[in-house]
Structure formats: structure tokens, C-alpha cells
Write a protein that binds this ligand. Structure first.
Ligand code: NAD
Ligand code: TYD
Length: 362
């Protein structure tokens, strides 16, 4: 089976490319001229076209607003752009929202992935050699499908049984199973990556790290669920984008790859580190940002620990994360400080409504 070759300048159909990881990926791909990009995104609350403003005059980048559930649109785009690969980032992604209103998670993450698989299969089956052999369907998933670890459990491996605990992780698990089934049943050349928590520029401030940075700058309390001892493995988004591209080009079809940050931290430590950075970058007289920390009612079904073993991608494809957490966090805080127009544009009334719903009624 031949692989995609980056020297051929492939065309990638990317879904969800106006969100956090998708936009970082699209920017990285176009910066290094790895591929042409067709970006299909519904533009939900979590997206932001400003993320991609620098591609405005890029003639090898195309944006289409649309839903992965729209099968007619998918078939049309596949026929029109004849992509060499599809990367599925599109998803509803916030666990707390999945607890309050799971419906969209089922529709986009499960049904939407199914529609994309169906359209991809029909397109791929009509391709001829060598494009057919090189075609790839890369599905972006999460370590949350594996469930929760105790402090002494070994980290998740690719063969760890799935045990999702939130509507979000259950919907991602279902999508992963569908992707797997399209490989085994129809030979669709799929790849799946399961990564840990990402952080970095462009993340919507409903997630822990940007929420903490912006709340701190606004003098608001820094909400920590439960005892703050839950552990996540933090992965710098640009390291993740490198890994995705490597799996696309060199991954073995039908396989899944875990992508880790090699950086397990408790939530309390993450928040304290952000406070210490802000004490230096945005100091206030006689004030320490950590004084804003507030322990609040826990998230239902809150997974205690995620830890991810990424020896497979490291051994087979030679990838490991490059960013040091303290440096990555410093760059991230600096990015939010430098991009107040971006911050203002996402902290709209809808965002304030979510903050009220999730935190004030807890
Ligand atoms: P995000 O919420 O920032 O962005 C999701 C994007 O998908 C948005 O641009 C949104 O408009 C788009 N989208 C949503 N529904 C759509 C639909 N029906 N049709 C087309 N587009 C739609 O998400 P993210 O953090 O960038 O995550 C990207 C992918 O990575 C997701 O599949 C997520 O499950 C996975 N992931 C994320 C993390 C993380 O830490 N952020 C960790 C592990 C896995
Ligand atoms: P989050 O960024 O929502 O990612 P995920 O739930 O997908 O891991 O949350 C990261 C961790 O931070 C998680 O353990 C929940 C916790 N958390 C808080 O303690 N307070 C908050 O306000 C948020 C949003 C998350």
C-alpha cells in the first residue's frame, strides 16, 4: 500500500478547521506548504474565522461553511475538490456542555462522522489507481474514550478497552468504532489518533487553561472542580499538529495512534502555574492571582486521571512531544495577552450565557 507523499502537495479536506486544533493544523499546513486545504466547518460557537484570517489571500486554501451531517454537500465537495485525504476534526468537544445538553454531541460526533464515512467510502470506491491506494481518512479522537485511571494504573495504550464516562467521550468512542468498522468491512483506508488534552493559542475559553487566564485577567474567581487533584496529560497543540501530519503521511492504515504530552499535571498545579506566570507578565500591586482560586462543586462523572502511553507512535513513526510545559504555558498566556481583539470577539453574550449556566447555578 503506497503512502501519501508531501512532495506531491496533496489536497486535504479538513472538517472543523475553524476550531482550536483544526485551525492550528490548517495554519501549520499552509505555513509549511505541506498541502492544499479545503476546510468545511459549520461555524458553531466554538469556531472563529479570525483564527484563519492570515489565509485570506491564500489561493490554495478554500473555506466552506457547512455541516458534516449534510451528505449532499459532502458528496459535492468531494467531487469538486478531489481530495487525497480527509481529516475529521469536526466535533462538539466540551464535556460540561455534553452533560447539560448531549443532543448535539450525538448528532455531530456520531451521526456526522457516519455521514462523512459514507460519503468518503462512495468517493474512494470510485477513485482509480494510484490515487485510490494513497487515499486516507484520518479521524481525530481523544484519550477520554479509555475512561479514567487511578494514580497507580498504567497509562492508556492503543489496546486499552474503551470505557467512556461522559456523553462527550461516549460519542467520540462511538465514532471511533464506526471508523474502525469502515476499515474492517469496506477496506476504507482509515487512521485514528487519540490524543490527550491540548493547550496553546486559539483555544475557546470554556476549557480550563484559557478560562483560567481570562478569568484571572478580569479579576474573576478561578473555578476548580472538586479537590483539584484530577490529572490530565497536557499536549502543546503544535506538537499535536506535527503528529497528525506524520500519522497521515506515514501511519499504517487501519491502525490507531495515541498522542501524548508526556506531561501529567493536576488541575490545581496547572492553575497555580498560570497564576505564577501572570504574576510576572501582568503584575498587580499587593496581589497574587492565586488568591482568586476557588474550589467548586465537582463535575458529575469527573474522570480522575488521564495518562497516555505513546510508545507506539514514538517507536513506529519517531514522534515525541517537543514542548516543555512551562515554556508552552508561558507562550500560551503571552498569546492571550497579545490578542485582546480575538478575546473580545469570542467573549460575547453567548459565551457569558454559558459561564452563567455552568458556574452560577452549580
Ligand atoms: P473545537 O470545539 O475548538 O472546534 C470544533 C470545530 O468543529 C469548530 O470549528 C466547530 O464549528 C466545528 N463543528 C462542530 N460541529 C460541526 C458540524 N456538525 N459540521 C462541521 N463542523 C462542525 O474543538 P478542538 O478542541 O479543536 O477539537 C478538535 C478535535 O480534536 C475534536 O474531534 C475533539 O474531539 C478532538 N480532541 C480535542 C482535544 C482538546 O484538548 N481540545 C483533546 C482530544 C481530542
Ligand atoms: P477541560 O479543559 O474541560 O477538558 P477535559 O474535561 O476534556 O479534560 O477540563 C480539564 C480539567 O479541568 C478537567 O479535569 C476539568 C477541570 N476543570 C476545572 O476544574 N474547572 C473548570 O472551570 C473547567 C472548565 C475544567
Amino acid at each position: 500500500m503506497s503512502n501519501l507523499n508531501k512532495n506531491d502537495l496533496p489536497t486535504l479536506l479538513v472538517t472543523g478547521g475553524a476550531g482550536f486544533i483544526g485551525a492550528n493544523f490548517v495554519l501549520q499546513v499552509r505555513k509549511f506548504k505541506w498541502a492544499n486545504i479545503v476546510n468545511l466547518d459549520k461555524l458553531t460557537y466554538a469556531s472563529n474565522l479570525q483564527n484563519l484570517a492570515e489565509l485570506q489571500d491564500d489561493t490554495n486554501y478554500y473555506f466552506i461553511q457547512g455541516d458534516v451531517n449534510n451528505s449532499e454537500l459532502l458528496s459535492y465537495l468531494l467531487e469538486k475538490y478531489q481530495p487525497d485525504a480527509i481529516i475529521n476534526f469536526a466535533a462538539e468537544t466540551h464535556v460540561d456542555r455534553s452533560i447539560i445538553s448531549p443532543h448535539n454531541f450525538i448528532q455531530t460526533n456520531i451521526v456526522g462522522t457516519f455521514e462523512l464515512l459514507e460519503a468518503s467510502k462512495a468517493y474512494w470506491q470510485k477513485l482509480t489507481s494510484p490515487k485510490k491506494e494513497k487515499f486516507r481518512f484520518l479521524h481525530i479522537s481523544t484519550d477520554e474514550v479509555y475512561g479514567s485511571l487511578s494514580s497507580t494504573d498504567p497509562a492508556f495504550r492503543e489496546d486499552t478497552p474503551y470505557a467512556p464516562n461522559s456523553p462527550y467521550s461516549a460519542s467520540k468512542a462511538a465514532a471511533d468504532h464506526l471508523v474502525r468498522s469502515y476499515y474492517h468491512t469496506y477496506n476504507l483506508p482509515t487512521l485514528t489518533t487519540n490524543c490527550s488534552n491540548n493547550y496553546g493559542p486559539l483555544q475557546f475559553p470554556e476549557k480550563l487553561i484559557p478560562l483560567t487566564i481570562l478569568n484571572a485577567l478580569n479579576g474573576k474567581s478561578l473555578p476548580i472542580y472538586g479537590d483539584g487533584q484530577n490529572i490530565r496529560d497536557w499536549l502543546y497543540v503544535r506538537d499535536h499538529c506535527d503528529a497528525i501530519y506524520l500519522v497521515l503521511i506515514e501511519g499504517c492504515i487501519g491502525e490507531t495512534y495515541n498522542i501524548c504530552g508526556m506531561n501529567e499535571q493536576t488541575n490545581l498545579v496547572v492553575v497555580e502555574k498560570i497564576c505564577a506566570i501572570l504574576d510576572k507578565l501582568a503584575p498587580k500591586d499587593n496581589f497574587q492571582y492565586s488568591s482568586l482560586i476557588s474550589f467548586i462543586k465537582d463535575r458529575p462523572g469527573h474522570d480522575r486521571r488521564y495518562g497516555i502511553d505513546c510508545s507506539k507512535i514514538s517507536k513506529n513513526l519517531g514522534w515525541k512531544p517537543k514542548e516543555n510545559f512551562d515554556v508552552g504555558l508561558l507562550k500560551t498566556v503571552q498569546w492571550y495577552l497579545n490578542n485582546s481583539a480575538w478575546v473580545d470577539s469570542v467573549c460575547t453574550g453567548t459565551y457569558q450565557g454559558w459561564i452563567k449556566q455552568n458556574y452560577e447555578t452549580r
